[in-house]
Design a protein around this ligand. Structure first.
Ligand SMILES: Nc1ncnc2c1ncn2[C@@H]1O[C@H](COP(=O)(O)OP(=O)(O)OP(=O)(O)O)[C@@H](O)[C@H]1O
Ligand SMILES: [Mg+2]
Length: 245
């Protein structure tokens, strides 16, 4: 569904991504993992068209979208939920959700999808008339995911949906990503919650300094010594060491 071929991109003259190759097959969940500042959000921005490519190309459903405007990509069904989690604070929850559907004309389906979002996130139904600025962090995350669904995506790209959330809320968010995928939406999820992301996804890529270091089936990555070394191990020892310096 999504094919990223030798993508180089960055900001002005500053190159961040240095030849990224990735593939997200239809119907699956793929995760992109990596530390802070490694280029994960930059890659999603390049795929969404928010920043231009310096080299390489991006194909969506076989169509070369490399030079399309962001809204044209959304119209094709490629929808991103950004890391900033902007909800319009002075608009109600329901108004924010309806914004996601702005490109659609299919009125009755929009109403059905709103119902689907409320079934998935009952707390959003309870708070539908409430100003979005008064929501908790977890509720805002559900709101921006719900708004993504309202765009009727074929593929949803989520940038760190679990960031800054309590463990119980993280579980709820991951369960809902799984439910969204089961409705036939292909998912690319950027995460720092490595272990959980590798349980959720079928395939994973690990990025460092703008290049893919490791890729593979999620169940293989989770037991890969190199992955454990980078992400999963040593945290207690590392923490103690950091605190003694
Ligand atoms: N608008 C910008 N202008 C210049 N440099 C930027 C801009 N946005 C990001 N960068 C730089 O690009 C690099 C990669 O940033 P990016 O946001 O892609 O990282 P990330 O992997 O998403 O990190 P995090 O996990 O912290 O969100 C960083 O060094 C960052 O400082
Ligand atoms: Mg980021």
């Amino acid at each position: 569904m999504l094919q990223i071929n030798d993508v180089h991109a960055g900001y002005g003259n500053l190159k961040i991504l240095r030849g990224i190759d990735m593939h997200v097959p239809t119907g699956g969940i793929v995760t992109l993992l990596g530390g802070n500042g490694t280029g994960k959000s930059t890659l999603l921005k390049a795929v969404s068209g928010l920043i231009p490519l310096m080299e390489g190309k991006v194909l969506f459903d076989g169509v070369n979208i490399s030079n399309m405007k962001p809204h044209e990509r959304v119209r094709l069904g490629l929808v991103q939920v950004t890391q900033a989690k902007e909800a319009y604070p002075a608009m109600t929850v329901e108004e924010n959700l309806m914004l996601g559907a702005y490109i659609r004309r299919d009125r009755t389906d929009i109403v059905a999808d709103l119902e689907r979002v409320y079934e998935m996130f009952p707390v959003l139904r309870e708070r539908r008339k409430q100003m979005s600025g008064t929501l908790s962090g977890g509720e805002v995350q559900m709101l921006v995911m719900g708004r993504g669904i309202m765009a009727k995506p074929k593929m949803l790209m989520l940038d760190e949906p679990s960031a800054a959330l309590a463990p119980k809320v993280v579980l709820e968010i991951f369960a809902n990503i799984n439910r969204i995928a089961k409705t036939g939406v292909t998912i690319l999820v950027v995460e720092q919650n490595v272990r959980m992301a590798l349980i959720l996804a079928q395939y994973g890529y690990i990025i460092r300094d703008g290049v893919i270091m490791i890729e593979g089936k999620a169940e293989q990555l989770i037991s890969d010594p190199a992955v454990k070394e980078s992400f999963l191990g040593g945290s207690v020892a590392d923490t103690s060491k950091a605190l003694t310096n």
